[in-house]
Design a binder for this molecule. Structure first.
Ligand SMILES: C[S@@+](CC[C@H](N)C(=O)[O-])C[C@H]1O[C@@H](n2cnc3c(N)ncnc32)[C@H](O)[C@@H]1O
Length: 424
Protein backbone atom coordinates (compact mmCIF):
# COMPACT_ATOMS: atom_id res chain seq x y z
CA UNK A 1 0.00 0.00 0.00
CA UNK A 2 1.50 3.32 -1.04
CA UNK A 3 2.05 6.05 1.50
CA UNK A 4 0.63 9.42 0.62
CA UNK A 5 1.66 12.81 1.89
CA UNK A 6 -0.10 15.96 0.89
CA UNK A 7 1.53 19.34 1.07
CA UNK A 8 -1.18 21.92 0.54
CA UNK A 9 -0.72 25.63 0.84
CA UNK A 10 -3.17 28.31 -0.06
CA UNK A 11 -2.77 31.99 0.57
CA UNK A 12 -4.96 34.06 -1.66
CA UNK A 13 -6.48 37.07 0.14
CA UNK A 14 -9.38 37.06 -2.34
CA UNK A 15 -10.36 33.55 -1.19
CA UNK A 16 -11.60 33.20 2.36
CA UNK A 17 -11.02 29.45 2.50
CA UNK A 18 -8.19 27.23 1.40
CA UNK A 19 -8.84 24.28 -0.89
CA UNK A 20 -9.40 20.97 0.89
CA UNK A 21 -6.79 18.49 -0.30
CA UNK A 22 -7.93 14.97 -1.01
CA UNK A 23 -6.74 11.91 -2.92
CA UNK A 24 -9.41 10.67 -5.32
CA UNK A 25 -9.61 6.91 -5.83
CA UNK A 26 -10.82 6.84 -9.42
CA UNK A 27 -10.29 3.20 -10.32
CA UNK A 28 -13.18 2.06 -12.55
CA UNK A 29 -15.04 5.36 -12.03
CA UNK A 30 -16.25 7.48 -14.94
CA UNK A 31 -14.16 10.56 -15.62
CA UNK A 32 -15.00 12.87 -18.51
CA UNK A 33 -12.36 14.91 -20.29
CA UNK A 34 -13.65 17.65 -22.57
CA UNK A 35 -11.09 18.77 -25.16
CA UNK A 36 -8.22 16.77 -26.60
CA UNK A 37 -5.49 19.41 -26.62
CA UNK A 38 -2.36 20.05 -24.59
CA UNK A 39 -4.15 20.16 -21.23
CA UNK A 40 -5.70 16.74 -21.81
CA UNK A 41 -2.36 15.43 -23.02
CA UNK A 42 -0.71 16.49 -19.77
CA UNK A 43 -3.45 15.30 -17.41
CA UNK A 44 -4.51 12.04 -19.05
CA UNK A 45 -1.48 9.92 -18.06
CA UNK A 46 -2.17 10.40 -14.34
CA UNK A 47 -5.89 9.65 -14.82
CA UNK A 48 -4.98 6.51 -16.77
CA UNK A 49 -2.49 5.50 -14.06
CA UNK A 50 -5.28 5.95 -11.48
CA UNK A 51 -7.37 3.38 -13.38
CA UNK A 52 -10.18 5.81 -14.21
CA UNK A 53 -12.82 4.90 -16.78
CA UNK A 54 -12.07 7.83 -19.08
CA UNK A 55 -14.34 9.28 -21.76
CA UNK A 56 -12.75 11.92 -23.96
CA UNK A 57 -15.19 14.19 -25.78
CA UNK A 58 -13.50 16.24 -28.48
CA UNK A 59 -13.70 16.64 -32.26
CA UNK A 60 -9.89 16.52 -32.47
CA UNK A 61 -6.92 15.45 -30.36
CA UNK A 62 -3.15 15.81 -30.29
CA UNK A 63 -1.22 12.83 -31.70
CA UNK A 64 -0.28 11.73 -28.14
CA UNK A 65 -3.90 11.81 -26.97
CA UNK A 66 -4.92 9.98 -30.12
CA UNK A 67 -2.34 7.29 -29.32
CA UNK A 68 -3.88 6.86 -25.84
CA UNK A 69 -7.28 6.33 -27.46
CA UNK A 70 -5.83 3.87 -29.97
CA UNK A 71 -4.20 1.95 -27.09
CA UNK A 72 -7.65 1.61 -25.47
CA UNK A 73 -6.68 3.72 -22.44
CA UNK A 74 -9.33 6.31 -23.23
CA UNK A 75 -12.75 6.05 -24.97
CA UNK A 76 -12.81 8.86 -27.51
CA UNK A 77 -16.08 10.33 -28.75
CA UNK A 78 -15.17 12.54 -31.72
CA UNK A 79 -17.67 15.35 -31.26
CA UNK A 80 -18.29 18.52 -29.31
CA UNK A 81 -19.60 18.65 -25.75
CA UNK A 82 -23.34 18.30 -25.32
CA UNK A 83 -25.63 18.55 -22.32
CA UNK A 84 -25.79 15.27 -20.42
CA UNK A 85 -22.14 14.25 -21.00
CA UNK A 86 -21.43 14.59 -17.29
CA UNK A 87 -24.21 12.20 -16.17
CA UNK A 88 -22.95 9.56 -13.71
CA UNK A 89 -19.53 11.19 -13.76
CA UNK A 90 -17.32 11.43 -10.67
CA UNK A 91 -14.81 13.93 -11.97
CA UNK A 92 -14.53 16.15 -15.03
CA UNK A 93 -11.70 17.96 -16.74
CA UNK A 94 -13.06 20.84 -18.80
CA UNK A 95 -10.46 22.00 -21.28
CA UNK A 96 -11.99 22.76 -24.66
CA UNK A 97 -10.92 25.76 -26.75
CA UNK A 98 -14.54 27.03 -26.74
CA UNK A 99 -15.23 29.23 -23.65
CA UNK A 100 -19.02 28.97 -24.15
CA UNK A 101 -18.87 25.17 -24.13
CA UNK A 102 -16.64 25.29 -21.04
CA UNK A 103 -19.19 27.49 -19.27
CA UNK A 104 -22.09 25.18 -20.16
CA UNK A 105 -20.16 22.09 -19.05
CA UNK A 106 -19.19 23.83 -15.82
CA UNK A 107 -22.84 24.64 -15.14
CA UNK A 108 -23.80 21.01 -15.75
CA UNK A 109 -21.05 19.87 -13.36
CA UNK A 110 -22.39 22.22 -10.69
CA UNK A 111 -25.94 20.85 -11.14
CA UNK A 112 -24.86 17.22 -11.14
CA UNK A 113 -22.42 17.67 -8.20
CA UNK A 114 -19.49 16.57 -10.32
CA UNK A 115 -16.13 17.91 -9.16
CA UNK A 116 -14.63 19.70 -12.13
CA UNK A 117 -11.43 21.47 -13.05
CA UNK A 118 -11.41 24.26 -15.65
CA UNK A 119 -8.33 24.96 -17.74
CA UNK A 120 -9.55 28.43 -18.72
CA UNK A 121 -11.07 29.74 -15.48
CA UNK A 122 -9.82 28.52 -12.12
CA UNK A 123 -12.44 30.59 -10.30
CA UNK A 124 -15.26 28.79 -12.07
CA UNK A 125 -13.83 25.38 -11.17
CA UNK A 126 -14.90 23.32 -8.17
CA UNK A 127 -11.51 21.56 -8.00
CA UNK A 128 -7.90 22.47 -8.69
CA UNK A 129 -5.20 20.18 -9.97
CA UNK A 130 -2.16 20.21 -7.71
CA UNK A 131 1.40 19.88 -8.97
CA UNK A 132 2.08 16.21 -8.33
CA UNK A 133 5.05 13.90 -8.27
CA UNK A 134 5.91 10.43 -7.03
CA UNK A 135 8.94 8.87 -5.47
CA UNK A 136 9.19 5.38 -4.01
CA UNK A 137 5.53 4.99 -3.08
CA UNK A 138 5.04 8.57 -1.89
CA UNK A 139 2.69 10.87 -3.78
CA UNK A 140 3.39 14.57 -3.36
CA UNK A 141 0.63 17.04 -4.28
CA UNK A 142 1.21 20.79 -3.95
CA UNK A 143 -1.33 23.62 -4.22
CA UNK A 144 -0.29 27.25 -3.99
CA UNK A 145 -3.43 28.98 -5.20
CA UNK A 146 -2.62 31.07 -8.24
CA UNK A 147 1.05 30.32 -8.61
CA UNK A 148 1.48 27.07 -10.58
CA UNK A 149 5.22 27.66 -11.08
CA UNK A 150 5.74 27.88 -7.35
CA UNK A 151 3.65 24.72 -6.90
CA UNK A 152 5.86 22.94 -9.42
CA UNK A 153 9.04 24.24 -7.77
CA UNK A 154 7.92 23.10 -4.31
CA UNK A 155 6.87 19.74 -5.75
CA UNK A 156 10.25 19.34 -7.49
CA UNK A 157 12.14 20.19 -4.31
CA UNK A 158 10.20 17.62 -2.27
CA UNK A 159 10.40 14.85 -4.88
CA UNK A 160 14.10 15.50 -5.44
CA UNK A 161 14.74 15.46 -1.70
CA UNK A 162 12.88 12.16 -1.31
CA UNK A 163 14.73 10.65 -4.26
CA UNK A 164 18.21 11.54 -3.20
CA UNK A 165 17.59 11.11 0.51
CA UNK A 166 18.39 14.73 1.43
CA UNK A 167 14.82 15.11 2.71
CA UNK A 168 14.81 12.88 5.78
CA UNK A 169 11.68 10.76 5.49
CA UNK A 170 12.48 7.43 7.11
CA UNK A 171 10.15 4.51 6.50
CA UNK A 172 8.31 3.64 9.68
CA UNK A 173 8.10 0.03 8.71
CA UNK A 174 9.90 -2.82 10.36
CA UNK A 175 13.21 -3.19 8.55
CA UNK A 176 14.11 -6.58 7.20
CA UNK A 177 17.78 -7.43 7.36
CA UNK A 178 19.31 -7.01 3.96
CA UNK A 179 22.08 -5.54 1.97
CA UNK A 180 21.95 -3.14 -0.96
CA UNK A 181 24.73 -3.65 -3.44
CA UNK A 182 24.97 -0.14 -4.83
CA UNK A 183 26.89 0.85 -7.94
CA UNK A 184 28.26 4.29 -7.10
CA UNK A 185 29.35 5.32 -10.60
CA UNK A 186 32.84 6.35 -11.68
CA UNK A 187 33.66 8.89 -8.98
CA UNK A 188 31.74 12.13 -9.47
CA UNK A 189 29.17 12.13 -6.63
CA UNK A 190 26.51 13.37 -9.07
CA UNK A 191 26.84 10.18 -11.11
CA UNK A 192 25.33 7.76 -8.59
CA UNK A 193 21.70 6.78 -9.32
CA UNK A 194 18.92 8.44 -7.32
CA UNK A 195 18.03 5.04 -5.84
CA UNK A 196 21.61 4.46 -4.79
CA UNK A 197 21.80 7.85 -3.14
CA UNK A 198 18.53 7.32 -1.27
CA UNK A 199 19.63 3.92 0.04
CA UNK A 200 22.90 5.48 1.14
CA UNK A 201 20.98 8.14 3.07
CA UNK A 202 18.96 5.40 4.83
CA UNK A 203 21.92 3.18 5.70
CA UNK A 204 23.19 2.26 9.17
CA UNK A 205 26.40 0.76 7.81
CA UNK A 206 28.23 1.58 4.57
CA UNK A 207 31.05 -0.61 3.31
CA UNK A 208 32.84 1.42 0.64
CA UNK A 209 35.52 0.82 -1.97
CA UNK A 210 38.31 3.23 -2.77
CA UNK A 211 36.90 3.82 -6.26
CA UNK A 212 33.49 5.40 -6.60
CA UNK A 213 31.89 8.49 -5.12
CA UNK A 214 33.78 8.77 -1.85
CA UNK A 215 32.67 12.40 -1.42
CA UNK A 216 29.21 11.08 -0.62
CA UNK A 217 30.55 9.45 2.54
CA UNK A 218 31.19 12.90 4.03
CA UNK A 219 27.47 13.64 3.84
CA UNK A 220 26.50 10.66 5.99
CA UNK A 221 25.24 11.43 9.49
CA UNK A 222 27.67 10.64 12.34
CA UNK A 223 25.78 7.54 13.53
CA UNK A 224 26.46 5.75 10.23
CA UNK A 225 29.33 3.29 10.47
CA UNK A 226 31.59 3.58 7.42
CA UNK A 227 33.89 0.63 6.76
CA UNK A 228 36.73 1.08 4.29
CA UNK A 229 37.02 -1.91 2.02
CA UNK A 230 39.79 -0.29 0.01
CA UNK A 231 41.50 -2.65 -2.35
CA UNK A 232 44.49 -0.54 -3.29
CA UNK A 233 46.56 -2.20 -6.07
CA UNK A 234 49.70 -3.76 -4.62
CA UNK A 235 49.01 -2.20 -1.25
CA UNK A 236 46.96 -2.72 1.86
CA UNK A 237 43.74 -4.54 1.12
CA UNK A 238 40.86 -6.09 2.92
CA UNK A 239 40.33 -9.64 1.69
CA UNK A 240 37.04 -10.35 -0.06
CA UNK A 241 36.30 -12.86 2.66
CA UNK A 242 36.53 -10.14 5.28
CA UNK A 243 34.18 -7.92 3.26
CA UNK A 244 31.69 -10.75 2.91
CA UNK A 245 31.87 -11.44 6.65
CA UNK A 246 31.29 -7.77 7.49
CA UNK A 247 28.25 -7.69 5.20
CA UNK A 248 26.82 -10.84 6.75
CA UNK A 249 27.50 -9.78 10.33
CA UNK A 250 25.86 -6.35 10.00
CA UNK A 251 22.88 -7.65 8.03
CA UNK A 252 22.31 -10.34 10.67
CA UNK A 253 22.38 -7.62 13.33
CA UNK A 254 19.35 -6.09 11.58
CA UNK A 255 21.24 -3.12 10.14
CA UNK A 256 20.50 -1.45 6.84
CA UNK A 257 23.73 -2.17 5.01
CA UNK A 258 24.93 -0.52 1.81
CA UNK A 259 27.83 -2.03 -0.05
CA UNK A 260 28.99 0.96 -2.09
CA UNK A 261 31.03 -0.07 -5.10
CA UNK A 262 32.73 1.87 -7.88
CA UNK A 263 31.00 1.89 -11.27
CA UNK A 264 28.57 -0.98 -11.68
CA UNK A 265 28.65 -3.80 -9.12
CA UNK A 266 28.73 -6.51 -11.79
CA UNK A 267 31.43 -5.05 -14.09
CA UNK A 268 34.72 -6.34 -12.72
CA UNK A 269 33.24 -5.59 -9.33
CA UNK A 270 32.89 -8.93 -7.53
CA UNK A 271 29.28 -8.03 -6.89
CA UNK A 272 28.00 -11.51 -7.65
CA UNK A 273 30.50 -13.09 -5.25
CA UNK A 274 29.11 -10.90 -2.48
CA UNK A 275 25.50 -11.64 -3.46
CA UNK A 276 26.29 -15.38 -3.42
CA UNK A 277 27.97 -15.19 0.00
CA UNK A 278 24.93 -13.38 1.38
CA UNK A 279 22.54 -15.90 -0.20
CA UNK A 280 24.41 -18.74 1.49
CA UNK A 281 23.41 -17.13 4.78
CA UNK A 282 19.83 -16.57 3.68
CA UNK A 283 20.33 -12.80 3.41
CA UNK A 284 18.53 -10.92 0.69
CA UNK A 285 20.38 -8.52 -1.52
CA UNK A 286 19.10 -5.61 -3.60
CA UNK A 287 21.27 -4.79 -6.58
CA UNK A 288 21.32 -1.15 -7.68
CA UNK A 289 23.11 -0.84 -11.02
CA UNK A 290 25.68 1.89 -11.43
CA UNK A 291 27.25 3.83 -14.27
CA UNK A 292 30.29 1.81 -15.24
CA UNK A 293 33.59 3.64 -15.72
CA UNK A 294 34.12 1.55 -18.87
CA UNK A 295 31.98 3.92 -20.93
CA UNK A 296 31.39 6.90 -18.63
CA UNK A 297 35.08 7.70 -18.18
CA UNK A 298 35.77 7.76 -21.95
CA UNK A 299 32.60 9.83 -22.36
CA UNK A 300 33.76 12.33 -19.74
CA UNK A 301 37.01 12.68 -21.68
CA UNK A 302 35.17 13.42 -24.92
CA UNK A 303 35.39 9.91 -26.42
CA UNK A 304 32.37 8.18 -27.92
CA UNK A 305 33.24 4.48 -27.92
CA UNK A 306 30.91 3.76 -30.86
CA UNK A 307 31.22 6.82 -33.08
CA UNK A 308 29.12 6.19 -36.18
CA UNK A 309 31.15 5.17 -39.19
CA UNK A 310 34.22 4.44 -37.05
CA UNK A 311 33.33 1.57 -34.73
CA UNK A 312 30.48 -0.93 -34.78
CA UNK A 313 31.49 -2.60 -31.54
CA UNK A 314 33.30 -1.98 -28.31
CA UNK A 315 34.81 -4.67 -26.16
CA UNK A 316 35.53 -4.21 -22.47
CA UNK A 317 38.49 -6.24 -21.27
CA UNK A 318 40.29 -6.60 -17.96
CA UNK A 319 44.06 -6.19 -18.25
CA UNK A 320 44.86 -7.06 -14.67
CA UNK A 321 46.92 -10.09 -15.72
CA UNK A 322 49.47 -10.05 -18.55
CA UNK A 323 48.62 -11.82 -21.86
CA UNK A 324 51.22 -14.55 -21.23
CA UNK A 325 49.97 -15.21 -17.70
CA UNK A 326 48.43 -18.70 -17.51
CA UNK A 327 45.57 -17.25 -15.43
CA UNK A 328 44.48 -14.98 -18.31
CA UNK A 329 41.04 -15.78 -19.74
CA UNK A 330 41.40 -13.26 -22.60
CA UNK A 331 41.90 -14.25 -26.25
CA UNK A 332 44.28 -11.44 -27.27
CA UNK A 333 44.72 -12.92 -30.72
CA UNK A 334 40.99 -12.62 -31.38
CA UNK A 335 40.91 -9.11 -29.92
CA UNK A 336 43.72 -8.02 -32.25
CA UNK A 337 41.52 -8.94 -35.22
CA UNK A 338 38.55 -6.80 -34.12
CA UNK A 339 38.07 -3.49 -35.95
CA UNK A 340 36.09 -1.84 -33.19
CA UNK A 341 37.02 -0.13 -29.95
CA UNK A 342 38.87 -1.89 -27.13
CA UNK A 343 38.27 -0.60 -23.61
CA UNK A 344 40.90 -1.82 -21.18
CA UNK A 345 40.27 -1.71 -17.44
CA UNK A 346 42.84 -2.33 -14.69
CA UNK A 347 45.47 -2.35 -17.43
CA UNK A 348 47.94 0.45 -16.62
CA UNK A 349 50.57 -1.83 -15.13
CA UNK A 350 50.41 -4.40 -17.94
CA UNK A 351 49.77 -2.05 -20.88
CA UNK A 352 53.25 -2.55 -22.34
CA UNK A 353 52.79 -6.32 -22.52
CA UNK A 354 49.20 -5.93 -23.75
CA UNK A 355 50.22 -3.54 -26.55
CA UNK A 356 53.04 -5.91 -27.57
CA UNK A 357 50.61 -8.86 -27.69
CA UNK A 358 48.09 -6.94 -29.81
CA UNK A 359 50.85 -5.86 -32.24
CA UNK A 360 52.27 -9.40 -32.37
CA UNK A 361 48.80 -10.68 -33.32
CA UNK A 362 48.50 -8.21 -36.18
CA UNK A 363 47.14 -4.94 -34.79
CA UNK A 364 48.66 -1.82 -36.39
CA UNK A 365 51.34 -0.34 -34.07
CA UNK A 366 50.07 3.12 -35.06
CA UNK A 367 46.62 2.40 -33.57
CA UNK A 368 45.78 5.41 -31.42
CA UNK A 369 44.76 5.11 -27.78
CA UNK A 370 43.81 7.34 -24.88
CA UNK A 371 44.41 6.76 -21.18
CA UNK A 372 41.97 8.52 -18.88
CA UNK A 373 43.08 8.62 -15.27
CA UNK A 374 40.72 9.43 -12.35
CA UNK A 375 37.87 10.04 -14.80
CA UNK A 376 34.96 12.28 -13.74
CA UNK A 377 36.85 13.54 -10.69
CA UNK A 378 38.62 16.88 -10.22
CA UNK A 379 41.90 15.06 -10.98
CA UNK A 380 40.76 13.72 -14.37
CA UNK A 381 43.59 13.54 -16.86
CA UNK A 382 43.82 12.24 -20.43
CA UNK A 383 47.08 11.12 -22.03
CA UNK A 384 47.17 9.96 -25.66
CA UNK A 385 49.60 7.54 -27.29
CA UNK A 386 49.69 4.69 -29.82
CA UNK A 387 50.13 0.96 -29.30
CA UNK A 388 53.79 1.42 -30.30
CA UNK A 389 54.49 4.26 -27.85
CA UNK A 390 52.23 3.49 -24.92
CA UNK A 391 54.72 1.63 -22.70
CA UNK A 392 57.12 4.55 -22.89
CA UNK A 393 54.35 7.16 -22.50
CA UNK A 394 53.02 5.55 -19.32
CA UNK A 395 56.52 5.86 -17.83
CA UNK A 396 57.37 9.35 -19.01
CA UNK A 397 53.96 10.82 -18.26
CA UNK A 398 53.56 8.87 -15.02
CA UNK A 399 50.11 7.47 -15.83
CA UNK A 400 48.70 5.70 -12.78
CA UNK A 401 45.65 3.64 -11.89
CA UNK A 402 42.76 4.01 -11.87
CA UNK A 403 42.61 4.58 -15.59
CA UNK A 404 40.51 3.41 -18.50
CA UNK A 405 42.46 2.86 -21.72
CA UNK A 406 40.55 3.24 -24.97
CA UNK A 407 42.21 1.71 -28.04
CA UNK A 408 40.95 2.57 -31.51
CA UNK A 409 40.24 5.33 -34.01
CA UNK A 410 37.36 6.72 -31.94
CA UNK A 411 39.91 8.49 -29.73
CA UNK A 412 40.80 10.79 -32.66
CA UNK A 413 37.20 11.91 -33.11
CA UNK A 414 36.13 14.98 -31.18
CA UNK A 415 34.40 18.31 -31.39
CA UNK A 416 37.54 20.32 -32.16
CA UNK A 417 39.10 23.08 -30.14
CA UNK A 418 36.05 23.36 -27.88
CA UNK A 419 36.22 19.72 -26.76
CA UNK A 420 35.58 19.63 -23.01
CA UNK A 421 38.55 17.45 -22.13
CA UNK A 422 41.27 17.62 -24.74
CA UNK A 423 44.43 15.49 -24.44
CA UNK A 424 47.27 17.07 -22.47
C1 LIG B 1 37.95 -3.27 -10.08
S1 LIG B 1 37.53 -2.38 -11.52
C2 LIG B 1 35.94 -1.81 -11.09
C3 LIG B 1 35.13 -1.35 -12.25
C4 LIG B 1 33.77 -0.82 -11.85
N1 LIG B 1 32.95 -1.85 -11.29
C5 LIG B 1 33.05 -0.14 -13.00
O1 LIG B 1 32.02 -0.64 -13.48
O2 LIG B 1 33.50 0.93 -13.39
C6 LIG B 1 38.55 -0.99 -11.35
C7 LIG B 1 38.96 -0.36 -12.66
O3 LIG B 1 37.92 0.46 -13.15
C8 LIG B 1 38.48 1.55 -13.83
N2 LIG B 1 38.01 2.77 -13.17
C9 LIG B 1 37.11 2.86 -12.20
N3 LIG B 1 36.86 4.14 -11.87
C10 LIG B 1 37.64 4.88 -12.67
C11 LIG B 1 37.85 6.28 -12.84
N4 LIG B 1 37.17 7.18 -12.11
N5 LIG B 1 38.72 6.70 -13.77
C12 LIG B 1 39.39 5.82 -14.52
N6 LIG B 1 39.24 4.49 -14.40
C13 LIG B 1 38.38 4.02 -13.51
C14 LIG B 1 39.97 1.41 -13.81
O4 LIG B 1 40.36 0.69 -14.96
C15 LIG B 1 40.14 0.58 -12.56
O5 LIG B 1 41.37 -0.10 -12.58
Amino acid sequence: MAEHVEHAQYADPAEPHPAYPVGLRLSGRRVVVLGGGQVAQRRLPALIAAGADIVLVSPSATPSVEAMAEAGEVRWERRRYREGDLADTWYALIATSDPAANRLASAEAERTRTWCVRSDDANAATAWTPATGRSEGVTVAVLTGRDPRRSAAVRDAIVEGLRDGTLAAPHHRERTPGVALVGGGPGDPDLITVRGRRLLAEADVVIADRLGPRDLLDELPPHVEVIDAAKIPYGRFMAQEAINNALIEHAKAGKAVVRLKGGDPFVFGRGMEEAQALAEHGIGCTVVPGISSSISVPGAAGISVTHRGVAHEFTVVSGHVAPDDPRSLVDWQALAKLRGTLVLMMAVDKIGAIAAALIAHGKDPATPLAMIQEGTTAAQRRVDATLATVAETVRTRDVRPPAVIVVGDVVTVGVGADAPNRPE
